[in-house]
Design a protein around this ligand. Structure first.
Ligand code: 5RP
Length: 218
């Protein structure tokens, strides 16, 4: 089974977590794109979605799924999103698609976070995937110097502007042994909007597609 087939399998499995007549929190990325396709098939059973990016919003609307502003929604039962890395503690690195800030906001607002990955994303320790940090443009060089002090090797993601009109630094060579602490430390640097460690609010459920099926970790 190739990686896309696994992404499709895990996207299908995530549909069971979507409640009838609910508004669904929707993440961003190639795995989520498969999930949005599945959501399109049951669109008459849901009220709509809250989206974490302009890209997902476009795909949702193209399928006829109503997209609500988060400010209009008081009750979000589930948020479904992919990850770049996920541990057995259900801590993640996210932001490979530069949507980390809105993803973190919608994840924070949801009762249950279901993370959908293929098994290649499962790691013992976070950090091999360069950690994305969303930064206010004028703070880019200052924040980069602060990240070096933390032991990282930040690289400006050239040509990328986030949906919030900010820039991304990808931090290489971090071995993230204490993700909750590092998440807070990086977020405390002035000019950082947020970073791609999702540990303070990790996933509640991880669905991981393997050669033989979809494993569930709670
Ligand atoms: C986007 C994300 C994605 O969830 C993450 O990059 C995984 O994407 P994919 O499913 O394409 O591997 O955090 O900001």
């Amino acid at each position: 089974m190739d990686q896309n087939a696994k992404k499709q399998a895990v996207a299908k499995a995530a549909i069971q977590y979507v409640e009838n007549d609910s508004i669904v929190g929707v993440g961003t990325g190639s795995t989520v794109n498969f999930f949005i396709e599945e959501l399109g098939k049951i669109k008459d059973k849901i009220e709509g979605a809250v989206s974490s990016s302009e890209a997902s919003t476009k795909q949702l609307k193209a399928l006829g799924i109503e997209v609500f502003e988060l400010n209009e929604v008081s009750n979000l039962s589930v948020y479904i999103d992919g990850a770049d890395e996920v541990t057995e503690h259900k801590h993640m690195i996210k932001g490979g698609g530069a949507a980390l800030t809105r993803e973190k906001i919608v994840a924070g607002a949801a009762k249950t976070f279901v993370c959908i990955v293929d098994e290649s994303k499962r790691v013992p320790v976070l950090g091999r995937f360069p950690l994305p940090v969303e930064v206010i443009p004028m703070a880019r060089s200052f924040v980069a110097r602060e990240l070096v002090k933390l032991g990282g090797d930040p690289e400006y993601r050239q040509g990328v502007v986030t949906d919030n009109k900010n820039v991304i630094l990808d931090v290489h060579n971090l071995e993230i042994l204490n993700p909750r602490e590092l998440e807070q430390t990086i977020n405390n640097i002035p000019g950082v909007v947020t970073n791609g460690i999702f540990a303070l609010r990790g996933a509640d459920i991880v669905l991981s597609a393997t050669e033989t099926g979809v494993d569930t970790f709670k």
